[in-house]
Design a protein around this ligand. Sequence first.
Ligand code: GLN
Length: 538
Amino acid sequence: MTKYIFVTGGVTSSLGKGIISASLAKLLQARGYRVTIQKFDPYINIDPGTLNPYEHGECYVTEDGAETDLDLGHYERFLNAPTTQANNITTGRIYQNVINKERQGDYLGKTVQVVPHITDEIKRNMRILGDSGNYDIVITELGGTVGDIESLPFIEAVRQFKWEEGSSNAIVIHLTLIPFLAAAGELKTKPTQHSVKALLEYGIQPDILVCRTEHHISADIRKKIALFCNVNVNAVIESIDASSIYSVPLLMMKEQLDKTVLSKLKLPAKNEPDMESWKDFLGRLKNPTADVRIGLVGKYVELPDAYKSISEAFIHAGAKNECKVRVEYIPSESIYPDNVAEKLGHLQGVLVAPGFGSRGIEGKIEAIKFVRQNEIPFFGICLGMQCAVIEFGRNVLGLKNANTSEIDENSAHQVINMMEEQKNITSKGGTMRLGAYPCDIKKGTKAYAAYGKQHISERHRHRYEFNSEYLKQYEDAGMIASGINPDSNLVEIIELKNHPFFVGGQFHPELKSTVANPHPLFVKFVAAAMEYAKKKIK
Ligand code: GLN
C-alpha cells in the first residue's frame, strides 16, 4: 500500500519546497523505499509550455514529452529516476479534465462544483502514481503559499485525502520561514504560528514543520514552535541556508527528517540511508582541483532559473572532473563583432543556449564565429546548435544570409527549417517535437568519445531542424553530423572535425544530467575547457 506525503508552504514563496521534497525523497530512496515526487501548480495554464521563461524559469521536459515545472528537474537530478506527465498537474489541467467530463455527460445532470468535482479530480491525480503500484511513497508538493486563493481547492483536497486515508497513511509537512530580526538579534516564530493557524482553519494539522532559517534554531525555539503549532518537538525540523542544494539531503538526515516521516507513516526505518555515493559527489564538488570559466550566452540570462538544468548539469560535470565551473551569464544581445573578443576572450568555454525567436540571435552567431576561429571549446544546445549551423553556413560555406526559417522565411539559404510534421500545426502548447527520441552516434567522433556507445536517447523540445539538403556541403567542409535519428534521419548532433571541442545537439542533454549520472557531453565539454586552460598557461 502506498503512503502519501504532502508538502505545503507558508509565510513566503521561494522557501525551497522542491529541494526539501527532493531531499526527503532521496533519503527515503537511500533507505530502500521506492519513491516519486509530484507537483501541483495552482496556475490556470494547462502546463508551463507556453510560459515565457521570465515568468516561471525553465520549462523542464520529461521522457514522455510533458512540459513541466522546473522542480521536476530537481526531482530527477536527486533521485536519478524519470518523472512523467502524471508528476506535474496544474489547476488548468484539473479544470480541463472536469469540463471535458461534463461535456461528455459524465456528471449525469448534476451541478458541477469546486467541491466535490474539482477536489475529486485533484484527489484522483494525487492517487495516480500510487495506484500504478510502482511506489511505496508518493510525495506531493503543492505550489504556492497557504492562504493563496488559487491553492484553496488543493488544500481542501489534501484535507479530504488525509481523512480518507487515515493519519498514518497520509501526512502533511509544512515548510515555513523563521525570520531573523537583526535589530532585535532574534529569530521570530510568529509568522510560522500564523501560517499553521491558516492551515488549521482549512482543517489541516501539519504533522511536521520544516523551518527555513538563516541561523540555527535553539532547543527553546523548537519547543516554543512545537507547543504553539501542536506538533512533537522532534517534528520541528531546522532547514538552515546551505551553500549548495546538494548539501540539503545530508542536513535533513542530520535533523532526522526521514526517520520522523517513517515513524509517522508507521513504516519500518529499515537500515540507515546509504548516502555514500552522494557524499562522494559532494566531496568532489567541494574540493575542486581545477577551475574554469564558461560563458553561457543566452537571451534570458537576467533570470538564471531560465537555465536551471544547464547550470545544474555544469555542477554535476564539474564534480566529475573535480573542477569548479564558474558560469558567466552573457546576454546575447550585448555581443557585436567589435566587442566579442572583450566579452569572450577570457573564457575557457562557451555554451550557446536554447531559445525561441529572433532577439539576440545575431549575438549568438557572432559568439560562435569567435570560438570557432579561436578554438575555444563550444557547446551548442538546440537553438545554440542551430546558430552554429547558420554561422558555418554564412562564414565557411559562403551561403549568403543563411538563416533558420524561424527567423527569416525569405532567406535563400534556410539551413535550418521547420520539420515536416510541424508544418500544419497551428495550436501552441504541447505541440513541439517533445520528449525522448533515439539517436545513433557515428564512431570516431567526439560525440562517440563522450557517450562511448552507438545508441542513445535524448529529450527534445523544438520545431526546427537541420535542413538535410545541405548536409553533404557541410560534411565536405568539416562540419559533420555525428548523431542521426535512425527513424527520421534528422540530424541530432553536429560537430567540427578540426576543432578541439565544437559540438552542438538538437536535443537538451541538460535534462538528463543527474548527480548519479552526469551528462557525458557536459563532462567532456568541461574536460575540454580544462584542457584549453592548461594549453593557454603553457
Ligand atoms: N526555436 C528553436 C526551435 O523551435 C529552438 C528551440 C530550443 O532551443 N529549445 O527549433
